[in-house]
Design a protein. Structure first.
Length: 178
């Protein structure tokens, strides 16, 4: 995570899913005086965070529908609060391989996240960078998404996800035999 933070200059978070929230389990602060503040153990909604959208992209349709039925609270004027918009956003995440939050959790905050995959290629965690809108701009999101996908893929391989066929790597990172 430190290497990712040094490359982007932005705050880097590692998050996991807990029920219907993402939880920060690790954080490396940005290199700038103005940085995002997310505490380890901090819990955030799925529908309005980049990491949350990553997890939503791995959910079965039924699980997404149950979450939508519980309600999608509006935290800012940009928060996605309707079913159709959220489903389009989830499809976009599945297609591009990363998610973005554009002032949906907090005004002035943009974030980008990519999935870390584990056994069976299931999403085990999300790797995220965040920063103020004047640095993490709409134009910068695709580049950050590409960087995050590379880092997340490397971590996925290290923890046993095989990117070629969905199997779990064996000892020393080699595919299991026979």
């Amino acid at each position: 995570m430190t290497e990712l933070q040094e490359l982007t200059g932005e705050t880097t978070n590692l998050t996991v899913l807990h029920r219907d929230e993402v939880v920060n389990i690790d954080r490396v602060g940005g290199t700038y005086r103005v940085e995002t503040v997310g505490t380890i153990g901090g819990r955030y909604p799925l529908h309005c965070t980049a990491a949350g959208k990553v997890f939503l992209s791995g959910f079965a349709k039924r699980r997404v529908e149950v979450l939508i039925a519980k309600g999608l609270p509006r935290l800012t004027p940009n928060t996605i609060c309707d079913r159709a918009s959220l489903l389009r956003e989830i499809d976009k995440v599945r297609t591009q391989g990363y998610a973005a939050n554009r002032e949906e959790l907090e005004i002035g905050l943009y974030a980008v996240a990519a999935p870390i995959r584990g056994i069976g290629r299931r999403i085990a965690a999300a790797l995220c960078v965040s920063g103020p809108v004047y640095r993490v701009t709409a134009q910068r999101i695709p580049d950050l998404g590409s960087i995050l996908k590379c880092f997340a893929a490397e971590i996925s391989t290290l923890i046993g996800a095989d990117s070629t066929n969905g199997s779990v790597a064996g000892q020393n990172g080699h595919p299991p035999s026979g």
